[in-house]
Design a binder for this molecule. Structure first.
Ligand SMILES: *Cc1c(COP(=O)(O)O)cnc(C)c1O
Length: 359
């Protein structure tokens, strides 16, 4: 068996020990005589997996009692449409901050349901920065303020939690959840798909403050009505059981690493190394404002675009995969989520330096 370093933006690398454990438990989960895939979601074995999953996420993120934790389907993308429908209530407006491709899509998907006000945008800088929070135009009549804490495609990340001027703060944390501590109390709702920092694809975590529940539009399918799912422990219908189990294993792994603060220290070290290698080279370039460079997704372009193909081919031959940048940005992108070991970043840096030297 030979495993590559996988720099994919998602689905992405998983900790090898998690995969080993899943393999060991595949046919017989802890003496149950069956695979987690074969268990009834209402049975006592799977119930224990589900309860531990929620308890572990609550512990890792220090989620307060007055927040409900939901595990839904449809990806983060489904929430782009269901957040306005769940949270608007009597209001007709919601504020959005546009800092890259994902927040742009969030705004587009909200428009059928509300007046989606763009409070700030960094589009004119080609999404290489985050507009100063003091310049944001926040309408206090809006139902909430939405932002994307890490722009997976543009490699731009918030370095603080913004002040929402009293509006419930809603955040898409799909690509940086569990990579740094956040104070959940500052948020009305946090959501994130599982396939970047939390496991395999198939689960969307929604952490929502209780007082925001109960305003859902009647046309929303019950499985996407947060209050209904909260009442039913996210089991209004059959959940993606195996993805829940894998997320549980990843959360245990994060705990074993020392929790979210320890992950943050590792992520700071990994990202700093990679950006330093980019900044000190003549071949590679990252256009993002220093203060807002993502620790999770590191886009970089080659000074000579005609070398892109050779770079990717040689990288793959060296066991460094999925480095091609998103088509909208071009160049390369290295996604270095929690599960990417420092040795993977070191191998990438050595490869980049060797490629520059011998091109
Ligand atoms: C990947 C991603 C999404 C979309 O996730 P899906 O599971 O494909 O719906 C949304 N937002 C951000 C920030 C992402 O990185």
């Amino acid at each position: 068996m030979s495993r590559i370093f996988n720099f994919s933006a998602g689905p992405s690398s998983l900790p090898e020990v998690v995969l080993e454990q899943a393999k060991n438990e595949l046919l017989d989960w802890r003496g149950s005589g069956m695979s987690v895939m074969e268990m009834s979601h209402r049975g006592k074995q799977f119930s224990s997996i589900a309860e531990e999953l929620e308890a572990d996420l609550r512990a890792l993120m220090r989620i307060p009692e007055n927040y409900r934790v939901l595990f839904l389907q449809g990806g983060a993308s489904a929430q782009f449409s269901f957040i306005p429908q769940n949270l608007l209530g009597d209001k007709t407006k919601a504020c959005y901050v546009k800092t890259g491709a994902w927040s742009e899509k969030t705004i587009k998907d909200a428009k059928p349901y509300c007046d989606a006000i763009v409070s700030a945008s960094s589009e004119s800088s080609h999404f290489t920065t985050i507009p100063d929070v003091s310049s944001w135009e926040i309408d206090t009549d809006a139902a909430y303020l939405h932002y994307t804490s890490n722009e997976t495609i543009h490699g731009v990340e918030f370095n603080v939690t913004p002040d929402s001027k009293g509006l419930p703060l809603v955040c898409d944390m799909s690509s940086n959840i569990l990579s740094r501590p956040v104070d959940v109390n500052e948020f009305g709702l946090i959501y994130a798909g599982s396939q970047k920092n939390m496991g395999a694809a198939g689960v969307t975590v929604v952490i929502v403050r209780e007082d925001l529940l109960g305003k859902c539009s009647k046309i929303v399918p019950p499985v996407f009505n947060y209050a209904e799912q909260a009442k039913n422990q996210s089991m209004l219908n059959t959940p993606t059981t195996y993805s829940w189990y894998l997320m549980g294993l990843v959360l245990k792994w994060v705990q074993a690493q020392g929790g979210v603060s320890a992950m943050e220290q590792r992520n700071i070290a990994k990202a700093a190394k990679l950006y330093q290698a980019i900044d000190t080279s003549d071949l590679y370039h990252n256009p993002v404002d220093l203060a807002f460079r993502s620790r999770m997704n590191v886009p970089f372009i080659l000074a000579d675009e005609s070398l892109d193909k050779a770079f990717l081919t040689a990288a793959e031959a060296a066991g460094l995969n999925e480095l091609k940048g998103h088509r909208s940005v071009g160049g390369m992108r290295a996604s270095i989520y929690n599960a990417m070991p420092e040795s993977g970043v070191d191998a990438l840096i050595s490869f980049m330096q060797e490629f520059e030297r011998t091109r």
